[in-house]
Design a protein around this ligand. Structure first.
Ligand code: ADP
Ligand code: GN1
Ligand code: MG
Length: 353
């Protein structure tokens, strides 16, 4: 079906125009304009999100909860707003394709790299408030949409399976990267062991807190919306903290082919820790003391996922060039090295806050 025909299942289109939008790795996103109205249309990646009903139920529950909260506070923040189909459903199914529409959050900008410490501090405050605001949300209402999403121990065994299968015959050329992963097997359980012992609380978390999943106001420059709620489910706060650090403190793009350019900003790290801890008031001592581990683990895990996908033939993350996933993996591993080499410096920054 054509894009405008799909959109007509959601609203009366009139003159419809659309363009591919954003830099997400998972869904296909379009910006759609119809008269004065603007929307985001997404083709849901249903090979990853196999239970689309549960996915959209999770998003509806969380967005309604947050939007009610923001309205009661008369806050400028907003959450996503699902536009239903003309027959009242949260998505439209066309054979094997599943489509959803959100209101476009207008007058907003989305960044791929951080502009300043102040912006990153505000981004941290916003993700910290997200965690704090969802404290009262009943996690049992949510489906664990991708089980073991940030279970690094499980990710490690999936990685080993990809190496052993070596379906594309690529393993021989990436021996160094494979060794990088396997030599760090002992770090995989640093967070999962604390969650299973009950030392660390399981909370409702976002699980994909990279910078391009937050929108800033084009007028005030302040964060106005946390988007990409596909992976909201129970998790550790250290995952959310860590994923923001992984993406935001890297001074070059996630897919920079020249790893000698990869650099980790300690100033940005400090700004993020500051903004996060100030707004996330209920953070526990155990969580705070595992934030640096969260940053290392999320970066290591993401690199391992990119490498596994490279070995599997690039079936998960969208790629736009040869060895794209390998470039992404290498930037992550360089960041891991920098953080490992500066572990006490990072820990001191957290302890000072
Ligand atoms: P993916 O899961 O593929 O990352 P996202 O839901 O993050 O998909 O959307 C991709 C991009 O589209 C975002 O990074 C952002 O630039 C843009 N976007 C998504 N939803 C909205 C929205 N409601 N308003 C404005 N921009 C949006
Ligand atoms: C994907 O959907 P997107 O592009 O925001 C991925 C994250 C990775 C990230 C790496 C559902 O995020 O887990 O950290 O790419 N999302 C999913 O950039 O797997
Ligand atoms: Mg995204």
């Amino acid at each position: 079906m054509e894009i405008c025909d799909i959109v007509s299942k959601f609203f009366d289109v009139g003159n419809c125009s659309f363009e591919p939008f954003g830099e997400g790795h998972i869904n296909r996103t379009y910006r759609v304009v119809s008269g004065v109205k603007k929307y985001i249309l997404q083709k849901i990646n249903n090979s990853i999100f196999t239970d689309v009903d549960a996915l959209m139920r999770n998003i509806r529950l969380v967005t309604e909860y947050l939007n009610d909260l923001y309205a009661s506070r008369k806050s400028d923040e907003t959450s996503l707003e699902i536009v239903t189909t003309l027959d009242g459903k949260d998505y439209f199914r066309d054979g094997d394709n599943y489509w959803r529409v959100y209101k476009l959050i207008d007058n907003s900008v989305c960044y791929q790299t951080v502009n300043s410490c102040e912006d990153f501090r505000q981004c941290a405050a916003s993700f910290g408030a997200f965690a704090e605001d969802l404290r009262g949300f009943d996690a049992s209402k949510l489906t664990e949409i991708i089980p073991d999403f940030h279970n690094t121990v499980k990710r490690f065994s999936d990685f080993k399976a990809a190496v052993n299968a070596d379906v594309m015959h690529r393993a021989a050329d990436v021996g160094r990267e494979i060794d990088f992963v396997t030599s760090r097997e002992n770090i995989c359980s640093r967070i999962t062991s604390k969650l299973s012992s009950g030392e660390m609380p399981l909370r409702v978390t976002h699980n994909d807190t990279k910078l391009n999943n937050i929108l800033f106001s084009a007028t005030t420059g302040k964060p106005i919306a946390i988007i990409d709620l596909d992976t909201v489910m129970p998790g550790s706060i250290c995952y959310d903290f860590g994923d923001s650090i992984r993406f935001g403190c890297n001074m070059v793009a996630e897919d920079e082919p020249d790893t000698s350019l990869v650099d980790f900003s300690f100033d940005l790290f400090e700004a993020y820790v500051d903004g996060y801890i100030k707004s996330f008031k209920s953070i526990t001592g155990t969580e705070k003391s595992a934030l640096v581990d969260g940053a290392i683990l999320m970066t290591y895990e993401c690199g391992m996922r990119f490498l596994a996908d490279y070995l599997n033939g690039d079936t998960y993350f969208h790629v736009s060039r040869e060895k794209h996933n390998l470039d992404r993996c290498r930037t992550q591993f360089r960041l891991v090295e920098i953080m490992e080499n500066n572990y006490s410096r990072l820990t001191e920054i957290v302890e000072r806050k």
